[in-house]
Design a protein around this ligand. Structure first.
Ligand SMILES: Cc1cc2nc3c(=O)[nH]c(=O)nc-3n(C[C@H](O)[C@H](O)[C@H](O)COP(=O)(O)OP(=O)(O)OC[C@H]3O[C@@H](n4cnc5c(N)ncnc54)[C@H](O)[C@@H]3O)c2cc1C
Length: 349
């Protein structure tokens, strides 16, 4: 059985065809509705990578990537809200702290939906969110610049860095509370629909029982940066959707040429993602990621060119995919990916 035959891949395709793609234009303008997340919770997709003994599917990473491609190509905003959930699931599955028994089951089954607020840890030596030991718990102070899915998520996996260089990850409820104030939802050039806010933290206190991981930043950073060097499956999902539009616009030959490039890059990216040493080959991972961005721009631009003026309508999927592509260029950006990407851009003909 290939990954494409997995039941959850078929579930994702049915959800994409029956719900996400038909409503994507409206969602883009009005925001991801709770009902979309209800459908995703009920589908079992939130537990794709969660252990079977906690109610998840325990599927191979290749299945999770295939699901992500399908969702992102159909409605990038809905994909982006639900993709946050998979980091907390994976972190809980690796944790030996008591919070695992409390939360892994509800997250694996989709009873609870979690967002994340941890990308700011990559800004070190800047510390946007500082944690300080306080009694039997931790005090969080500072500003989370980006937090997606506000108003949709039940929980939030929040990270901060201590004065001793330790990264502390802990869960809290995803709602305004003493010490935590959200901004208004941001109006953005793309994915406004994903309900992204910033969070102001002023003495938010979380008990030790909420902590899922404590690790020296020096240990966390290399693994995190290597993981962020992989190409996001969403890049391939949006590319696929753009190539389908290109073919449907009467340009199957142009689409075929670009599909070949896509297949080759996808194989390279996923072979690297499956490499047994996840921290190895970072320059190669970044090079493939950069090439995937080039193909993403080419595919979304080709679809625009082929579809002409109608592609500018806010109802047209072409401009929505092109704006999603803009966003994907900076999602999970790191200093190394930024440098590699800029170098490639300045060397392009
Ligand atoms: C709409 C949206 C929603 C998001 N939602 C979430 C979310 O829910 N949870 C979450 O955790 N994150 C979220 N993010 C953050 C996202 O994953 C990336 O971390 C973020 O886009 C990186 O961009 P930044 O410019 O804000 O970060 P910055 O920290 O300003 O910079 C990005 C990277 O480049 C480096 N850098 C910046 N300037 C320089 C420079 N001059 N020279 C060298 N290196 C430099 C930084 O060290 C950092 O690693 C979201 C981002 C966006 C845009």
């Amino acid at each position: 059985m290939t990954h494409r035959d997995h039941p959850l891949v078929r579930t994702a395709q049915a959800l994409a065809d029956g719900l996400l793609a038909p409503h994507a234009a409206r969602v883009d303008e009005e925001g991801v509705p709770v009902s979309h997340l209800d459908a995703i919770r009920a589908s079992g997709l939130l537990g794709v990578s969660a252990p079977v003994e906690y109610g998840g599917a325990g599927a191979p990473d290749g299945v999770a990537r295939e699901v992500a491609e399908i969702l992102a190509g159909a409605c990038c905003s809905t994909w982006f809200v639900q993709t946050q959930h998979h980091t907390p699931v994976r972190m809980l599955a690796r944790s030996e702290l008591p919070v695992r028994e409390r939360l892994l089951g509800p997250l694996a089954t989709g009873e609870l939906l979690s967002g994340v607020a941890y990308a700011h840890v990559r800004a070190f030596p800047r510390v946007p969110v500082r944690v300080t030991r306080a009694g039997d718990g931790w005090r969080f102070d500072g500003t989370v610049p980006w937090c997606t899915g506000w108003g949709l998520n039940d929980l939030l996996l929040l990270a901060g860095v201590s004065d001793f260089g330790e990264v502390v990850f802990a869960f809290t409820e995803a709602r305004e509370q003493p010490g935590l104030s959200p901004s208004a939802p941001m109006r953005l050039a793309a994915l406004s629909a994903a309900r992204t806010v910033s969070l102001s933290l002023d003495g938010l206190w979380l008990p030790d029982t909420s902590v899922v991981r404590r690790t020296p930043r020096a240990t966390f950073a290399p693994a995190d940066l290597a993981r962020a060097a992989n190409t996001s499956p969403a890049v391939f999902g949006v590319t696929r959707a753009a190539l389908n539009l290109l073919a449907d616009a009467g340009e199957p030959e142009s689409a075929r040429v670009l599909w070949e490039r896509l297949d080759a890059l996808r194989t390279s990216a996923y072979t690297l993602a499956e490499h047994p040493a996840p921290e190895a080959h970072v320059p190669e991972r970044l090079a493939v990621k950069t090439q995937a961005f080039t193909l993403l721009r080419t595919a979304t631009t080709a679809a625009l060119v082929a579809r002409g003026g109608r592609s500018m309508s806010l109802q047209d999927p072409t401009q929505r995919l092109a704006r999603a592509a803009l966003f994907l260029h900076i999602q999970a950006q790191t200093p190394a990916s930024r440098t590699t990407h800029l170098k490639a851009l300045t060397e392009e003909q």
